[in-house]
Design a protein around this ligand. Structure first.
Ligand code: AVJ
Ligand code: FE
Length: 440
């Protein structure tokens, strides 16, 4: 992808912006206006805020910064600035009503497609290889994931449906863990054209040997921790995590409840038995960390996650994705809201990494032990508020993307982050352990 010509990037930009918009339209068109303006959780914005915020970011970057246009709606910039107003406050802002928000984003988009037609995708760093267009397509898709989280939190009749993921082919045949031998690998990227600032630059990262789970921790694995009293035993929790589960009375993943001796969960408005073979979903970093300690293991660092995902021992090179350099296709990973749940562990054998680690991309965001920090040589681009202002704030890194994220916003180097208490996000995890010298 690093060597494609400007016309290829132009086409890809049109395609990615269009894909994002049809997802946005589905997420904001499947409920009536009162559900768009309501706040379904203080953790989330009203859906109609996300909608106009998508258009406002697109206007600011693609019409004003790239296209040199006059501001269309300078009056609304502050309302849709995520740093001006915390989510809990957003319902009381003078938001564009749903019809006006729809008209605004459509107007912006029509003008953006003209700008894209006539912009040289070379020579200026902001548009080199279509970067700004790719950044805005990723931004919209990230908010599409955020809006899907809002839908999951919404009470009431189901509004979204999708077929279940295909059945796994060889679940039982896989080893439980894989050895990643000691040695350096190339972490991050300097060549991926639409990689965001925090993924850059590529740098050599030395690592000791370790074992990592072949697949994410499943609901049945996690239920054993719950059922054996894991939430009542301070031995497994760091002090902040223990204080948090006590104060909030947590006793299982978000959306789980126990009824007649069985674990049930609510998923997009439907209550169903918790599927034992699916990766566990809706756990906080504290819960992931406690489970790993209970299991005699630990969370992988983000470098360990990325080496397991990208390192090809036969070439010594880091791949774009676990399966190689090809863009994600449906046989590789569960991405893009094609399914509204993770696929059972052992699915997508064609998406495995050269070392034999499965389901790193898609299904569930995976908590790592690492804080969100800059790589050596980091430079903010194109704005400090995308990444830099979050460094050093106790945010934990998640890797790999969930079923809810589109391929445009997911790759082997992509970094997501959130507070260690968060569990409304589509988060799960896998575990690791140090390799003893004799095994390495
Ligand atoms: C990278 C997912 C943490 O949603 O806060 C959206 C992405 N940045 N708008 C977020 C983002 C600006 C960001 N995350
Ligand atoms: Fe945003």
């Amino acid at each position: 992808a690093g060597t494609a010509d400007p016309e290829t990037f132009r086409q890809r930009a049109v395609e990615m912006l269009t894909t994002a918009r049809s997802r946005t339209a589905a997420l904001t068109g499947c409920v009536e206006d009162p559900d768009l303006t309501a706040q379904h959780s203080p953790l989330m914005s009203p859906l109609v805020w996300d909608l106009a915020h998508i258009g406002n970011q697109e206007e600011q970057w693609l019409l004003r910064a790239v296209g040199g246009h006059e501001a269309l709606r300078p009056d609304i910039d502050k309302v849709y600035d995520a740093f001006e107003h915390p989510r809990a406050e957003r319902p009381s802002l003078p938001l564009l009503p749903p019809d006006e928000a729809r008209a605004y984003v459509a107007d912006v988009r029509a003008r953006v497609l003209d700008v894209l037609e006539t912009t040289q995708l070379q020579g200026r760093r902001l548009v080199e290889n279509g970067f700004a267009f790719g950044m805005i397509a990723q931004h919209e898709q990230q908010h599409d994931e955020t809006m899907l989280i809002t839908h999951q939190l919404r009470r009431g009749a189901p509004a979204l449906t999708a077929p279940p993921p295909p059945a796994p082919r060889d679940a039982a045949a896989l080893p439980t863990e894989v050895l990643v031998p000691a040695g350096p690998f190339t972490m991050g990227t300097s060549t991926e054209p639409w990689a965001l600032d925090n993924e850059r630059p590529a740098h050599e990262k030395p690592l000791a040997g370790y074992f990592i789970d072949t697949v994410p921790v499943s609901n049945s694995d996690y239920a054993r921790f719950v059922d054996s009293g894991g939430y009542d035993d301070p031995r497994w929790w760091i002090p902040e995590g223990w204080a948090y589960v006590r104060e909030h009375g947590l006793s299982a993943p978000l959306f789980w409840r126990r009824e007649a001796g069985q674990w049930l969960r609510r998923r997009f408005g439907v209550v169903e038995p918790v599927p034992p073979q699916e990766p566990v979903l809706h756990v906080s970093w504290y819960e992931a960390d406690a489970y790993a300690r209970w299991a005699g293991r630990r969370l992988p660092s983000e470098a360990e996650w990325e080496k397991a995902a990208r390192h090809d021992p036969s070439s010594g090179r880091s791949l774009r994705y676990p399966w190689g350099d090809a863009d994600p296709a449906p046989e590789h990973a569960n991405l893009g809201q094609r399914h509204l749940q993770p696929a059972p562990v052992g699915s997508y054998p064609e998406g495995a990494s050269p070392l034999g680690v499965h389901q790193l991309i898609g299904d569930v965001w995976e908590w790592t032990s690492s804080d969100f920090l800059p790589y050596p040589g980091f430079a903010p681009f194109p704005y400090r508020e995308y990444s830099e202002v979050f460094f050093g704030d106790g945010l934990k890194v998640l890797r790999g993307g969930s079923f809810a994220v589109d391929p445009v916003a997911c790759r082997g180097t992509f970094r997501n982050w959130d507070l260690p208490v968060r569990r409304q996000i589509f988060s799960g995890f896998r575990t690791a352990r140090d390799a003893h010298p004799e095994a390495a």
